[in-house]
Every structure is written in structure tokens, then in C-alpha cells.
Design a protein around this ligand. Structure first.
Ligand SMILES: NC(=O)c1ccc[n+]([C@@H]2O[C@H](COP(=O)([O-])OP(=O)(O)OC[C@H]3O[C@@H](n4cnc5c(N)ncnc54)[C@H](OP(=O)(O)O)[C@@H]3O)[C@@H](O)[C@H]2O)c1
Length: 305
């Protein structure tokens, strides 16, 4: 009988208190894989079988190095401090590699490249570029825009506003992103130096998204195209921070430019199930659009101003 080389492998999971990392940690636990959850607040670390928690913020690379000690594989979610994101992640990656981490699975962004319209795309590209040079194996997961965040794009008046033109995007659920990450982390040796686009099943415009959401929920959802300037003013007035405004406007502009118009087969290929659709998402979250107005008595959606 051959030796089971994976028996003692430890996965260091960052972002375990967040949306994607939390889902990934739960899936790894269900698979029975040992993991170290790297968190900024030990009280918020999820309690999972075969897991231990270690305290480290990316701002403290020495603590991060101690936290990953003994781990072979690292699942890395980017920092929330966007302005310093690239520098922080470089230091964290250096610390992990110095401690013997052999493979880094990085949660990036679809179509990350140096001249990406969206700031997220440029920042994730810078980190990907660095990861290619450090001597550890890498796998880049490049999700499209998160389907789960779409309800938050819709105002109480039922409008989705943004400078996305008629461009298309294949919204992807964070559950699917986590399923893909778990599949990769389970057998990282099969995904050495691979780059995966992680998307939903179909690329659709925001106008079409609004129409479909309306039909599925019986609520008024209308897409109102804006210029980037109009969008920035609107989002500021809704209380978003400057950074959040830049990311949303950038994401919409990337959609308009066709930079997110991609459909991949990564979800079905690596997980064995189809990528979740808008319909599937709403079946699971039937009240996701409860803040949008119901249709009027006419049964037709109102036209947005
Ligand atoms: N928005 C989109 O549509 C989209 C699309 C594709 C990819 N992405 C990428 O997906 C990632 C976010 O995923 P998410 O939804 O899981 O976000 P999230 O729920 O905000 O989770 C972020 C996680 O990272 C941790 N974290 C942030 N900064 C840290 C730091 N300096 N040191 C240590 N830990 C830190 C957070 O810890 P705390 O709980 O302590 O805050 C949290 O656990 C981002 O990298 C983003 O660029 C986003």
C-alpha cells in the first residue's frame, strides 16, 4: 500500500471570519481536512472540526509567519485596506514562504491585469504578479462579480444604477467560489500554477438582470444607466465610502468595457455541479429583494426616472 502523503497536510485559511473564507473553512471542515484559521479576532473564529485558530493581521507579517508555521498550503484572501493591499500581501506572502508554505491559493478577480478598468482588477494583478515570483506553487481563483452582493446594488426604489452600459457579466455566487476553492485546496497538486476564471452560468447585461429579477420576484427592478460621475454622486449620497464608490463605479465601468464578459466552466468542472443562476439564488434566498417595491396594481414595472 502506498503512503498517504496528504494525511498530515495543514491548510492555513485566511478570511475565515468573512463571506468567502468562512464558506471555504466550513467546506474544508466537512471534507475532514485539518486547517489553521488565521483571524484578526479569535472570538470570531468559527468553531470547526480539525481546526485551530491563530491570531494575525496582515499588518503584522511576523505574527502571520507564526500563524502559518507548519502549514503546507495557504488560502489567501486580500486585505480590506485597499490603499495598502498590495504591499501588505507581499509581506504576508514572504512570511508564508519563509515558513515553508509550498502552495498559495489566491482569491483574485476576473480579468485581473495591469490596465484593468476596475481598481480591484489592477490590485489583484499586482499580487498575482508577485506570487508568480516567490518560488511557491500558486493557483489563482478569479471570480466574477458576486451574485450575493447584487441585492445590495438595488435601491429601495427598485433601481439598479451604474455606468455599466449594455455590457455583460456572469454573476457568480460566493457559495460556488467557495466550492471551487475547496476543490482546489483538497488536491492542490492537481492545480499547480493554474489560473481559473470562476463565473456564473451566463453573461447578462444589467438591464436584462433587472428584468429577470422583476419577473422572478414580482417586484419592480429597473436598470438606470448612469455616467461614472452620476454614479459616484449617487453612491456617495447612499452613504458608501470613497473606496466603495471607486470599486462599484470601477466594476460597472469594467462591465461596460466588456472586461467581465466571460463565462467559464470552472464551477461545473471542479465541483461537479452547475454554477448557481439568478433563479437558483433567489430560490435559496426568497426575500433577497424584499426591500424593492412590489409591482403596482397594473402588474407592470414602473419606469425609473
Ligand atoms: N465584490 C465582488 O464582487 C468581488 C468579486 C471578485 C472577487 N472579490 C474579492 O473577494 C474578496 C472578498 O471576499 P469576501 O466577500 O469574503 O469579503 P469579506 O466578507 O469582507 O471578508 C474579508 C476577510 O478578510 C479578512 N481581512 C481583511 N483584511 C485583513 C487584514 N488586513 N488582515 C487579516 N485579515 C483581513 C477579514 O477579516 P475581519 O472579519 O476581521 O474583517 C475577513 O475575514 C476580496 O479580495 C475581493 O477583492 C470581490
Amino acid at each position: 500500500m502506498g503512503e498517504d502523503l496528504t494525511a498530515e497536510r495543514i491548510i492555513a485559511t485566511t478570511g475565515a471570519t468573512g463571506a468567502v473564507g468562512g464558506r471555504v473553512a466550513a467546506r474544508l471542515a466537512r471534507l475532514g481536512l485539518p486547517q489553521r484559521l488565521i483571524v484578526r479576532d479569535l472570538n470570531r473564529a468559527p468553531e470547526l472540526p480539525k481546526s485551530s485558530a491563530a491570531l494575525a493581521a496582515y499588518e503584522d507579517p511576523a505574527a502571520f509567519g507564526r500563524a502559518v508555521r507548519g502549514a503546507d498550503v495557504l488560502f489567501l484572501v486580500a486585505a480590506d485596506r485597499a490603499e495598502e493591499r498590495t504591499e501588505l500581501l507581499r509581506a504576508v506572502v514572504d512570511a508564508a514562504v519563509a515558513e515553508g508554505v509550498r502552495h498559495i491559493v489566491y482569491l483574485s478577480f476576473l480579468n485581473a491585469h495591469a490596465s484593468a478598468t476596475c481598481p480591484l482588477g489592477r490590485e489583484h494583478h499586482a499580487t498575482e504578479d508577485y506570487l508568480r515570483t516567490v518560488g511557491a506553487a500558486y493557483t489563482f481563483l478569479r471570480p466574477s462579480l458576486y451574485l450575493d452582493l447584487l441585492p445590495g446594488w438595488i435601491g429601495e426604489d427598485g433601481t439598479i444604477r451604474g455606468p455599466a452600459g449594455d455590457g455583460r457579466v456572469a454573476w457568480v455566487s460566493r457559495d460556488d467560489v467557495a466550492d471551487v476553492a475547496a476543490a482546489v485546496l483538497r488536491e492542490p497538486e492537481r492545480h499547480v500554477n493554474r489560473v481559473y476564471d470562476v463565473t456564473g452560468p451566463e453573461a447578462v447585461s444589467l438591464g436584462w438582470t433587472a428584468t429577470r429579477l422583476s419577473t422572478l420576484t414580482g417586484r419592480t427592478v429597473v436598470y438606470v444607466p448612469q455616467t461614472p460621475e452620476e454614479a459616484a454622486g449617487y453612491l456617495h449620497s447612499r452613504g458608501l465610502t470613497a473606496r466603495e464608490v471607486a470599486e462599484r463605479v470601477g466594476a460597472c465601468a469594467a462591465v461596460a468595457a466588456g472586461e467581465l464578459d466571460a463565462v467559464s466552466f470552472t464551477v461545473p468542472r471542479l465541483t461537479g455541479h452547475p454554477a448557481r443562476s439568478l433563479e437558483g439564488y433567489l430560490r435559496k434566498h426568497p426575500s433577497a429583494l424584499s426591500h424593492a417595491p412590489l409591482f403596482g396594481n397594473s402588474g407592470k414595472a414602473v419606469t425609473a426616472p
